[in-house]
Design a protein around this ligand. Sequence first.
Ligand SMILES: Cc1cc2nc3c(=O)[nH]c(=O)nc-3n(C[C@H](O)[C@H](O)[C@H](O)COP(=O)(O)O)c2cc1C
Length: 146
Amino acid sequence: MNTIIVYTSMTGNTELIARTLAKQLTNFGENVEIKDAIDTYADELSSFERILIGSYTWGDGDLPDELLDFYDELKTTDLSSNIGAVFGAGDSSYQHFARAVDLLEDTLTQQGCSILQKGLKIDQSKDLDLQEECLAFTLKLLKKEN
Ligand SMILES: Cc1cc2nc3c(=O)[nH]c(=O)nc-3n(C[C@H](O)[C@H](O)[C@H](O)COP(=O)(O)O)c2cc1C
């Protein structure tokens, strides 16, 4: 199945999640294209069956400014032929932990995308094993979990 991973990342944490997911999916034989949201038009998504969108959370539970063009396009894109999921880095010391993940998930749902699983939120304030967190997410995407 063809997958596109579109992410936005300021300090590299969400990019690392994106790259880890891409590597894991590729290791399972999936075709994966990975792109920064700033270089992506939402109408590119229609050529991919599976879409994964990643963003960190900014401000007071907000989407980052550099995602807004892509996000606006997303809100007018028909995603009823797509399956997908969302991921992102955040910090649970903020009131709205990784809220960008929820905002994006809601938008994908509104645009008709079938959400494969609950979004992956990586908490920067915790000492998590990124590979493990991502692998659990990847296995669920591929329906390989036990
Ligand atoms: C000004 C500012 C506001 C932030 N607001 C939030 C927030 O509301 N919720 C949250 O979970 N994290 C928030 N964060 C934390 C970032 O989302 C976190 O550091 C994340 O790992 C950055 O991801 P990136 O490395 O992909 O850019 C904020 C960080 C900064 C500097």
